[in-house]
Design a protein around this ligand. Structure first.
Ligand SMILES: Nc1ncnc2c1ncn2[C@@H]1O[C@H](COP(=O)(O)OP(=O)(O)OP(=O)(O)O)[C@@H](O)[C@H]1O
Ligand SMILES: [Mg+2]
Length: 384
């Protein structure tokens, strides 16, 4: 709630803060503070707010191209950068040089494309009195592509993604968290950015800690207001692994909920191919085996496994068939009969393992393998 009146003391404090930031040439912080003061004084001192507003606009024009948070030139390699002051809470992912889209189930993909195309056709929607989706919450277990999808959405809209990790917001600058959060969000709004509030449940998790209940309430209030008032020129995203911890009042306010689930077998296979990159041709015969072996994990786990096998291969630590067998072997214990058979057949189809080896690894009888896959191609060429 904006205060009805602002005391002279409060104005003095703001004046002193502004002077201090200006004297230390903390330009970004000055702009952030200005943005906050404009909001604060808009009701009680409209003339002052208007003056501050025009100062902010002038400073933004001058800072264009030199601001700590700026769009990198196209072609810049995807990366992150840190800004100063309250803005250090924001991490920027800039993929404007290009990126591959996330691999997602058809329905989720459609929902995401919907958000992007609504944004692209904002004018047409507004003409009919409808605003495009302004906010969405991304829900799902770790490593399923929430952050990646947020980056993809921003990329599709030709904007960098700004990420505000609420865990670090919470742990840093206690006592100033609310104002820092507000400043960061104001900055994102002013730039029509795509902003991702990562780990939004961090706020809820800390609620049991009685010592800073007041601070938390303020934070939740800040976020609730922001979600309500987020302009349809920008896009506010939030991500969580723990939807059950998120305040229902907050939850309700988001326009859309995107639910991320584990990848299916076909998606895992596509991911294996993608993550093999330039080693794909060499690994082609083993793709099926790898896909079955890695099925059930998140694509982040698939990526990690494939990267490690590529490293081992590059350093010639073992033959590919040995590396692949080593990678999939531990998972076989937890497989049911159907999955073991599928694994056995994939290995047989690869033409790289004798039925004897396959049988040893999967526990499927050699007769069964032969019945489904024909004779062993490499009889007698067993691994050590
Ligand atoms: N659906 C996907 N498509 C393609 N790659 C993926 C996908 N999911 C995960 N990955 C790979 O795993 C990495 C980590 O995924 P990401 O950071 O998006 O996970 P997350 O859902 O945000 O997890 P967390 O909840 O831990 O933040 C990605 O950078 C990407 O390389
Ligand atoms: Mg993430």
């Amino acid at each position: 709630m904006p205060p009805k009146t602002t005391s002279i003391d409060e104005i003095a404090v703001d004046f002193a803060t502004l002077a201090r930031l200006a004297a230390s040439q903390a330009h970004d912080d000055v702009r952030l503070l200005l943005a906050r003061l404009i909001r604060k004084y808009r009701v009680t001192h409209p003339e002052l707010a208007a003056q501050l507003d025009s100062s902010l606009k002038t400073s933004q024009t001058r800072a264009a191209g030199g601001a700590a948070l700026r769009r990198e030139t196209p072609g810049h390699v995807a990366g992150t950068q840190q800004a100063d002051g309250a803005l250090s809470l924001i991490k920027v992912f800039d993929d404007l040089g290009g990126m591959e889209g996330p691999l997602l189930p058809a329905m989720l993909k459609r929902d995401i494309e919907g958000i992007v195309s609504e944004r692209r056709q904002r004018e047409a929607l507004l003409a009919r009195g409808i605003s495009p989706t302004r906010s969405a919450v991304l829900v799902g277990a770790p490593g399923l592509g929430k952050t990646l999808s947020a980056r993809w959405i921003a990329y599709q809209l030709g904007k960098p993604l700004w990420v505000l990790d609420l865990t670090s917001v919470m742990s840093s600058l206690l006592g100033k968290t609310g104002s820092n959060l507000r400043a960061a969000m104001d900055h994102a709004k002013a730039n029509s950015a795509v902003l991702l509030l990562d780990e939004v449940d961090a706020i809820a998790k800390r609620r049991s800690d009685e010592s800073d209940v007041g601070e938390l309430k303020r934070l939740v209030t800040v976020i609730l207001q922001e979600v309500d008032q987020w302009p349809d020129t920008g896009l506010l995203l939030a991500a969580t692994n723990h939807p059950e911890l998120v305040d229902p009042a907050l939850w309700r306010r988001f326009d859309a909920v995107l639910t991320f689930g584990p990848p299916d077998a076909a998606t895992t296979a596509i991911a294996v191919r993608r993550f093999l990159g330039q080693d794909l041709t060499e690994f082609e015969p083993w793709v099926g085996t790898l896909a079955v072996g890695l099925q059930g994990g998140s694509l982040s786990e698939v990526e990690r496994a494939i990267k490690s096998i590529r490293r081992a291969h590059a350093l010639e630590q073992a033959t590919i068939e040995e590396l692949v067998a080593r990678l999939v072997e531990p998972g076989i214990d937890g497989m049911d009969k159907t999955q073991r058979l599928e694994m056995a057949l994939q290995m047989a189809r690869s033409g790289q393992y004798s039925h004897q080896e396959i049988s040893r690894l999967t526990g499927i009888a050699r007769d069964t393998i032969r019945k489904h896959a024909g004779p062993s191609p490499r009889r007698g060429r067993g691994m050590k």
